[in-house]
Design a protein around this ligand. Structure first.
Ligand code: B12
Ligand code: SF4
Length: 437
């Protein structure tokens, strides 16, 4: 039996003006290049759970001819897609099925809109793939494939298999990913991340993470690793143990954390010693308006707001640069928000910034709320779920004000001068922090 694993990878933006603008801005291009090339950890994980008698191949979607169906003798095609490329994934699935090849779809998008995906796939997997994939393959082998499989979100990462990094041509990628945790202790209204897959927050045993890092190093001696976590290090005992072990691996890495890491100097020291170069932190709004109600368990993000500036400085004082993420167009935002983001970045010497438009992804509380309020402007246009293409009606400003203000903000944030100013500021702050120790 032959199975093709197809990753709908790549970065997507519909706004041609924004794209054109971005191409002239080194800071923007730099960030896009970093994220544009990452392989699908989900498919490499499923590959590891595939019986050895099945022949497997891994494909990036861009390598597949969009006008024809590659006749490579596949019996089954497994497609992993996020929302932004779901329409392309449907079209691809339709072509494979028209030529008699069985298609299975999974991932965050399939988890959130399984019924829609079932119109394009023979089988859809809702939730975590690990507990389902072996059964699904067995069913397929015996002609009993079901149209839908549901995972219950309780997969124990102690049973996580070693992803098949060996299937990759590593020369194509500038980073590889390792997942150390899944889920998040918070519950943000707009979050379309792994909280969709698992109800709790769970961590992978340290020895498994280290084994994955070593597997990567065996094919790529000096790798840059991106932790594919939504919120790393929220279980402190696990975090300390992991960081102490990672220190000996001599790798450089990046991850996503929440702002609470700034409270724990010991954690930050361990992160720096273990090779952490950069963290991406969801600050969401540089003003408190807009933060209210975002985190739906306890309004946690609003409570953190007074600590933002000091927290950025504390993290960066450990030599760990921060990518501060801001979501533009939250309900409390008015046109003043664009200057507020710019000024926050200037004041704190944020090394990097990621600005995105608020985006109602299917399956989120935000999507349901905006739908109920009649504010979704492009329902079903999943190709606009890129974080850069407006698909709802904002309330604190007009759509034009939001879109134009966003473009102008991008053009101001990523100019070579402003990038240089922030980075020089970061290095000065770091030197004085080191002198003070
Ligand atoms: C790495 C990454 C990427 C890589 C993805 C490489 C790839 N092909 O997978 C790249 C850089 C290409 C990327 C691109 C984009 N990304 Co991205 N990305 C991530 C990131 C950081 C980690 C994802 C990951 O590896 N998770 C670990 C794996 C193991 O989990 P998983 O993929 O969910 O897979 C599990 C299940 O879903 C399931 N499964 C998944 N696929 C399949 C397939 C089958 C057949 C089966 C059975 C099961 C199954 O089994 C897996 C194991 O349980 C997340 C944020 C985060 N920290 O999680 C954002 C995230 C997934 N990305 C996001 C977004 C918005 C984008 C972009 C739109 C950005 C842009 N403007 O271009 C594009 C998408 C464009 C496109 N091509 O569709 C959103 C997705 C929202 C959504 N629901 O769609 C996230 C959640 C970030 C965020 N917080 O907003 N991204
Ligand atoms: S803190 Fe981040 S990962 Fe956690 S729920 Fe909020 S948006 Fe999602």
């Amino acid at each position: 039996m032959r199975i093709a694993l197809i990753a709908m990878s790549g970065v997507r933006v519909q706004d041609a003006q924004l794209m054109k603008l971005g191409l002239t801005l080194p800071g923007f291009v730099e960030r896009s290049e970093v994220i544009a090339s990452l392989p699908s950890l989900s498919l490499l994980t499923l590959a590891a759970l595939t019986p050895p008698d099945i022949e497997l191949s891994y494909h990036e979607v861009d390598d597949i001819d969009r006008d024809t169906v590659p006749d490579l003798g596949f019996d089954l095609v497994a497609i992993s897609t996020m929302t932004a490329q779901a329409l392309d994934a449907y079209a691809l699935a339709d072509r494979f099925r028209a030529s008699g090849i069985t298609v299975v779809m999974g991932g965050l998008h399939a988890t959130c809109v399984p019924h829609e995906c079932m119109q394009h796939a023979d089988s859809v997997v809702v939730g975590e793939g690990e507990p389902i994939w072996p059964t699904l393959l067995e069913d397929f082998r015996y002609g009993k494939l079901k149209p839908r499989y549901d995972a219950d979100g309780t997969f124990d990462l102690a049973h996580a298999p070693m992803p098949r990094f060996d299937l990759l041509d590593v020369n194509r990628y500038n980073r590889l990913t390792v997942q150390t945790t899944r889920g998040c202790p918070h519950k943000c209204d707009f979050c379309a991340s792994s909280i969709m897959l698992t109800k709790g927050y769970k961590a992978k045993p340290v020895d498994k993470v280290i084994a994955e890092i070593r597997a990567i190093k065996s094919i790529w001696p000096r790798p840059f690793i991106e932790l594919a976590d939504d919120n790393s290090f929220m279980m402190r005992a696990h975090a300390y143990e992991l960081l102490d072990a990672m220190k000996h691996e001599r790798i450089r890495w990046f991850t996503e954390c929440d702002i609470s890491i700034a409270k724990d100097e010991q954690l930050l020291s361990k992160m720096a010693a273990a090779g952490c170069r950069q963290v991406l932190v969801g600050l969401e709004s540089p003003i408190s308006d807009g933060l209210d109600g975002i985190e739906t368990n306890s309004n946690w993000k609003l409570a953190q707001y007074p600590k933002y500036e000091q927290a950025v400085r504390t993290i960066q004082s450990h030599g760990i640069t921060v990518i501060g993420c801001f979501v533009l167009g939250l309900d409390g935002h008015t046109p003043g928000i664009f200057d507020a983001v710019y000024n926050f970045a200037a004041r704190t010497n944020l090394y990097d910034i990621q600005v995105t438009l608020q985006t109602p992804f299917p399956g989120t509380g935000l999507y349901r709320r905006l739908e109920a309020e009649g504010r979704l402007t492009h329902p079903g246009r999943w190709d606009r779920c890129t974080l850069f293409d407006l698909n709802y009606t904002p309330i604190g400003m007009t759509s034009d004000e939001l879109v134009n203000g966003f473009r102008q903000l991008v053009s101001r944030l990523y100019t070579p001068e402003f990038v240089k100013q922030r980075r020089e500021g970061y290095h000065l702050d770091l030197r004085s922090a080191r002198r003070a120790v």
